[in-house]
Write a protein that binds this ligand. Structure first.
Ligand code: PLP
Length: 232
């Protein structure tokens, strides 16, 4: 077995155990590979091993790897910020945008898709750690943003996404995940999130097990599969 294969199996096994320990079905938790900075060849190897859900932070990287990755059917999401002038390229290469945090960017996407009859899946990104520098809508503004998205019929909301405090210990990050889950259930109850939009994209290499404990349905894993990223 290659080291990539065993790293992937290890993550899947840990995610399964975390789900079972939380009284959840392992199948409720999808593993997304966060592939930023990884060469297309490495990502392709992971796709061939059956890990076909990937997330890229930059539209440029989605674009540059797309041709090589097209050899294996897969699902690519944008998990980093989307600039208005990159909407076209993002829609070409990603089936889901996880970083929707303003009505303006949603509207731009809607207008693009109206011209092509297509739809795109989205997550609303919530800034649960309340860091000024972080993208994401403030938790108290999420309801208003979802209301503003309602007329945009080309966007299919799947749920909420958060990043949480970077570099903090797992216990510091738990409130971010707990708050996102609580916010999601409130919005579902109030009908601002439709029943099909109950997904929670949260949890990374250092804390995905506790994210699963708090209700994550998609964890985004980079360094514990691919190794530590080279610093830019
Ligand atoms: C890089 C990244 C991840 C994965 O982080 P790791 O700690 O390497 O697992 C998850 N989500 C987002 C948005 C990222 O940018």
């Amino acid at each position: 077995m290659t080291s990539l294969a065993s790293a992937l199996d290890d993550i899947r096994a840990r995610a399964d155990s975390a789900a079972v320990a939380a009284g959840r079905a392992p199948a409720e938790v999808q593993i997304m590979l966060a592939t930023k900075t990884q060469p297309a060849g490495t990502v392709l190897e992971a796709l061939r091993l059956g890990y076909t859900l990937i997330g890229e932070n930059r539209v440029q990287e989605l674009q540059s790897k797309a041709e090589e990755l097209s050899a294996v059917p897969h699902e690519a999401h944008l998990i980093g910020p989307l600039q208005r002038n990159k909407v076209n390229h993002a829609l070409r290469h990603a089936s889901c945008i996880q970083s929707i945090d303003t009505a303006a960017i949603a509207e731009k996407i809607q207008r693009r898709l109206e011209a092509t009859e297509a739809t795109v899946e989205v997550f609303v990104q919530v800034n649960t750690s309340r860091e000024d520098s972080k993208s994401g809508v403030a938790p108290e503004d999420a309801a208003a943003l979802l209301g503003a998205l309602e007329p945009f019929d080309r966007l299919r909301v799947r749920g909420l996404m958060t990043i949480g405090l970077p570099g903090s210990s797992p216990d510091d990050i738990r409130p971010s995940y707990r708050d996102l889950a609580a916010l999601s259930s409130r919005l579902l109850t109030d009908g601002l999130l439709p029943p099909r939009a109950a997904e929670l994209s949260m949890g990374m290499s250092g804390d995905f097990e506790l994210a699963i404990e708090e209700g994550a349905t998609m964890v985004r894993i980079g360094s514990s599969v691919f190794g530590v990223r080279p610093r830019p």
